[in-house]
Design a protein around this ligand. Sequence first.
Ligand code: WQD
Length: 345
Amino acid sequence: MKSKILVTGGLGFIGSHTVVALQEQGYEVVIIDNLSNSSLDVLAGITKITQITPEFENMDLRDKEAVANFFEKYPDINGVIHFAASKAVGESVENPLLYYENNLSSLIYILQHLSQKEQASFIFSSSCTVYGQADTLPIKEDAPIKKAMSPYGNTKQIGEEIIEDTCKVHPAFKAISLRYFNPIGAHPSAEIGELPIGTPQNLVPFITQTAIGIREQLSVFGNDYPTKDGTCIRDYIHVMDLAKAHVVALKRLLDNSSEKNYDVFNLGTGKGNTVLEVIQSFQKSTGEELSYKVADRREGDVIAAYADTNKANSVLNWKAAYNLDEALKSAWKWEKKVMKIEKKH
Ligand code: WQD
């Protein structure tokens, strides 16, 4: 049996899919989650897929003592994938201190333990939001880091800097920051997927909730951008591809096959799609008619962002395998499943 891995935020959207991918590669998993943005149904979903129930600690990483007790209880854990963070851009603007406290103190408390170990491997959930509106597309990892457009984005930038500085003084501590573009879709079994609480902020869950009748109509936030059809461009990556990349990145550190003890990788498909293209792809791949209208631009949106994936392709030997149609189909299958569950309750 391979080493035991801690996955913080492991009951979240990307976290749960990564736990499945880790278990399928033979890793034992311990999840820390405070259930602030998830539920125990996700633990049941993971178990249904892999027939293995991960160990689960319901705790808040802002509790320094609880974090110390955790690492005492699990002294053999030296691999961590850290997802746990608040991630709503708009909410972070209204409540910055909540974001700085939650996203940064939890990171610091974990690093304080890992950096003292003989050797430790750490994967950090970062985001393409650190680039802001990049000057050059597709975006490479050495693109300039722009002033964050939100406290959420700033916690990702600061988080990367905290990790990099820790690596500089602890050579036995190895870390990788993974900058996600736009994660979408769900596990093909539809046992786990994206569970937005309240009104979805992101495009794809809003599309699937509109198609299933929970939302009246999708608003397309602006069609007067300098793009092929006037709507913003993003790099939509299937969550299954993203999960696999985390396992590959962690293995690289556990196997000590990286001469650098800190590195950064963009995780995207390398392809950009406009909002209207996503709508067309959804309608074509599901056969569902989507009701939408054009509305005003959304504050803080960048015009276009899609990844240069050469570094992850060559160094991690990882490449996104799913296309947009497949990702949207999986999101729709999941939405119908969630609806059925909700109807039962
Ligand atoms: C995508 C496009 C919207 C909703 C955010 C975070 C980023 C990451 C991914 C965490 C944009 C348009 C959206 C709607 C719309 N999260 N849109 N109508 O903003 O690219 O990235 O989620 O790491 O950090 O910033 O994703 O899905 O919100 O928007 O027209 O109802 O869809 O304007 O062009 P975004 P998104």
